[in-house]
Design a binder for this molecule. Structure first.
Ligand code: GCU
Length: 338
């Protein structure tokens, strides 16, 4: 093994010690561990690195923040569980995975929930929309502290271009492990194949899947565009990613520390969101020119129509979501005149 890989292994082992303290004698700083599934060039990672630098600079005598990318600490579901028990302190999770910890997150997985990017951002920045959801998982040991942009999710396939919902019939499409996403595929006539993000590349390569759905970065960062040559802008979901904290960790911070961490959460959010648009443009350019992915722009109306029943079924099963849903519609309406 190389010196560097030995160093990496040593760093990971020491930081995973149960005490959560620095390895060296006399170093009683708490190590704050953050896990996520993305690469080190992804906007999520850039945001978290900025957060780590900020906390290490402001509170470096007490805390040392370490960011673990690329599913190093496990799949997203596993990392949410680790955050829940306090084995790690933060995770970036999708609203789909959070749905299995609190049904209220289902609202964000509704296809075509937001009518525009502006309405989406404005609604996500409205505490009346997010507080009743982000702050309801404290009993489960979790609290969402910031939302990050994860763009728009679209279908992409190996062989068959998707121009209309009926083109999905009989195709095995990977979705995230969430009941709402499985139901979405059922309504479209495709076969939902739920699996963790890190398993998708191999499953596509092995032909176990005919396609998947995600934002453009999955094509390049995760190599899916090496295999899938058709990316179809049906625009079915605008979904945030969430920075989720261990509830006890947050609440054990002193008021002064908490204020600095809150400042840090804003830094993650703004750094990530500022990097997002360029990251998508770059991914699209690379996918088109280097991976030779064909981008398709179908009429989105038939897709929206096919998935519309999900709004009613999710609201019927979770009536407490209705006022939040109505508020989101107000944000949508405020932007239709734009
Ligand atoms: C996006 C999203 C992740 C999610 C992944 C997935 O990359 O940002 O949070 O895990 O999609 O499809 O699983």
């Amino acid at each position: 093994r190389t010196f560097l890989s030995l160093m990496g292994a040593a760093a990971l082992t020491s930081s995973m010690m149960l005490t959560g303290c620095g390895a060296g004698s006399g170093d009683d700083r708490k190590i704050v561990r953050i896990g996520h599934v993305q690469s080190q060039t992804h906007p999520d990672h850039l945001g978290l690195e900025a957060f780590a630098n900020y906390i290490n600079e402001k509170l470096g005598d007490k805390y040392r923040v370490e960011v673990y990318p690329s599913e190093l600490l496990g799949s997203q579901t596993e990392m949410v569980q680790l955050t829940q028990t306090g084995a790690i302190d933060f995770v970036v999770a999708s609203t789909a995975i959070m749905e299995t910890f609190s049904a209220k997150y289902q609202i964000f997985n509704l296809p075509y929930l937001f009518s525009s990017v502006e309405a989406y951002h404005e609604a996500m920045d409205d505490p009346e929309v997010t507080d009743p959801i982000f702050k309801t998982t404290s009993k489960a040991g979790l609290e969402t502290v910031a939302w990050l942009d994860a763009g728009t999710r679209n279908f992409y396939t190996i062989k068959t271009p998707i121009n209309q919902p009926s083109d999905l019939k009989g195709l095995k499409i990977r979705v995230q492990q969430s009941p709402t996403n499985v139901e979405m595929m059922r309504l479209l006539g495709g076969t939902a194949t739920p699996m963790g993000f890190g398993d998708v590349y191999t499953a596509l390569q092995a032909g176990i899947l005919d396609g998947a759905e995600n934002n453009e970065l999955a094509l390049t960062d995760n190599g899916h565009g090496d295999i899938c040559k058709y990316y179809s802008y049906d625009m079915h979901q605008m979904v945030p990613d969430l920075l989720v904290a261990n509830y006890a960790f947050l609440n054990e911070l002193s008021d002064e520390e908490r204020a600095i961490f809150e400042e840090g959460f804003q830094i993650v959010k703004h750094t990530e969101q500022d990097a997002w648009e360029d990251a998508v443009a770059e991914a699209k350019d690379k996918a088109e020119n280097e991976q030779h992915v064909n981008f398709i722009y179908p009429d989105t109306a038939p897709f929206q129509e096919a998935m519309a029943p999900l709004h009613d079924s999710v609201l019927a099963a979770n009536p407490e979501l209705q006022p939040i849903y109505d508020l989101i519609q107000q944000h949508n309406a405020a932007h239709t005149a734009d």
